[in-house]
Design a protein around this ligand. Structure first.
Ligand SMILES: N[C@@H](CCC(=O)N[C@@H](CS)C(=O)NCC(=O)O)C(=O)O
Length: 225
């Protein structure tokens, strides 16, 4: 895989603002910023009230009401997979995405798998307090096949691709959620080893520690409301 843009000139670094909720899928973009050592602004959104912590209506930013949203100097971009690829392309020196044709397709393969088969297909119903038990059981019935496949792919590998990419930032973020679901990560040794190793990576350890603290504050706010 190729990871550098041949003859690339340093990019003009636009100011990027990330709307996020603590420990939500937006964590992947924070990790990517930290990995690249890039400056970004972070705007916290309370997922329950749909307000930013400085009191603005998040639904006026996006009526979908979902994080992440990336604001690039007034242009808004939605959807994790698109945002992560865009951040990687804006910060090419960090080499967070391959640049060759097949490498880019492989990255998209992983972002799609994580976003559809794991994030939405498996974890969203398991984490949604309002999801009916049948929906949770149906989602859980898909877990073994998907995670066994992922476990086989990760066996003997350090990363999803041949070096750290935005797909690893996304996968780490999703795997974090297993600990509040019935999914047992330890049943999948390669995934468990990958998760444990990545949790020590400086960009991830920093992003995770910061958002864990914000998440605790979010829970306290909700309990007091
Ligand atoms: N398809 C969207 C999904 C984003 C998404 O599910 N965001 C969740 C957090 S992980 C959210 O904002 N949930 C709030 C809600 O459902 O009200 C993407 O990939 O960016």
């Amino acid at each position: 895989m190729r990871w550098t843009h041949a003859g690339a000139r340093p990019t003009f670094l636009a100011m990027m603002k990330l709307y996020f909720s603590p420990l939500a899928c937006s964590l992947a973009t924070r990790i990517s910023f930290y990995e690249a050592g890039a400056n970004a602004e972070f705007v916290e959104v309370d997922p329950k009230t749909k307000k930013t912590l400085d009191g603005r209506d998040f639904l006026s930013v996006t009526s979908l009401g979902l994080v992440p949203v990336l604001d690039v100097e007034g242009d808004l971009l939605l959807e994790n997979a698109a945002i992560l690829q865009h951040v990687a392309e804006r910060l090419p020196e960090a080499q967070l995405a391959p640049t060759d044709l097949l490498g880019r397709a492989r990255l998209q393969q992983w972002l799609c798998f994580i976003g559809t088969e794991l994030h939405k297909g498996l974890f969203t119903p398991l984490l949604d307090k309002k999801a009916p038990q049948d929906a949770k059981a149906y989602a859980l019935s898909k877990a073994d096949a998907r995670l066994t496949w992922l476990d086989e792919k990760l066996a003997g590998r350090e990363f999803l691709l041949d070096r750290f990419s935005v797909a690893d930032a996304y996968l780490f973020t999703i795997l974090n959620w297993t600990f509040v679901t019935p999914v047992e990560l330890k049943k999948f040794p390669a995934i468990f080893e990958y998760y444990t190793r990545l949790s020590k990576r400086p960009s991830i350890a920093r992003a995770f520690a910061e958002e864990r603290e914000l998440y605790a504050k979010e829970l306290a706010r909700h309990a007091a409301a």
